[in-house]
Design a protein around this ligand. Sequence first.
Ligand SMILES: C[S@@+](CC[C@H](N)C(=O)[O-])C[C@H]1O[C@@H](n2cnc3c(N)ncnc32)[C@H](O)[C@@H]1O
Length: 206
Amino acid sequence: MGIYSRLIFPRLLDLSMSGQELSGYRQSLLASVGGEVLEIGFGTGLNMPYYGDGVTSLTAIDPNEGMAQLAAQRVQSSTVDVNLQTANAEALPMVSERFDAVVCTWTLCSIPNIEQALAEVFRVLKPGGKFFFIEHGLSPERGIGTWQRRVTPLQRRIADGCHLDRPMADVIQSVFEQVELKEFYSTGLPKLIGYFYQGVATKPHL
Ligand SMILES: C[S@@+](CC[C@H](N)C(=O)[O-])C[C@H]1O[C@@H](n2cnc3c(N)ncnc32)[C@H](O)[C@@H]1O
């Protein structure tokens, strides 16, 4: 991993993703998360303030160790017990059916093999467990989608692998049959990056 990814990008990410608008989405998504929780793509720990009393333990993974250094203070000042590990979502180092909930915020855009990562999320959830997500992705507006496809090669270079043009609903629904989903433009962002998919997918009981 290069210096840009490890040292510079985590700082840029922390600055650009700690604003009020995104914090509001974090709060609304995480309000009903509870039990034993896994967060994939933990980044700099910006979700930490929004985990409630119902969370009994939090395991978090991110492949970029530069993120963990910035996350350390948020982890230490939290009342939630956090186990932060360096790992890829495509190969989760956890036993199957371990978690009540998996959380993912603006991370599926950056994971190289998104299908494999979602298969792993499904595997580690208990039957009846829930996958809580908010992501940006492909807009249904044709003109915007065309530009998202054009700009994605550049975006991947400057934003550490981030794709603007992933059809998040289709990918999530290819793994989870039961998905409650809202799609909308975030008011504070350009349409290219601000088409959001927010929801909760449930792993069925056998
Ligand atoms: C845009 S950041 C979002 C960080 C955090 N979830 C947030 O909401 O602030 C995307 C994160 O995905 C992580 N990431 C990239 N590839 C990954 C992978 N294969 N598995 C898990 N996380 C990954 C990056 O290191 C980065 O921390």
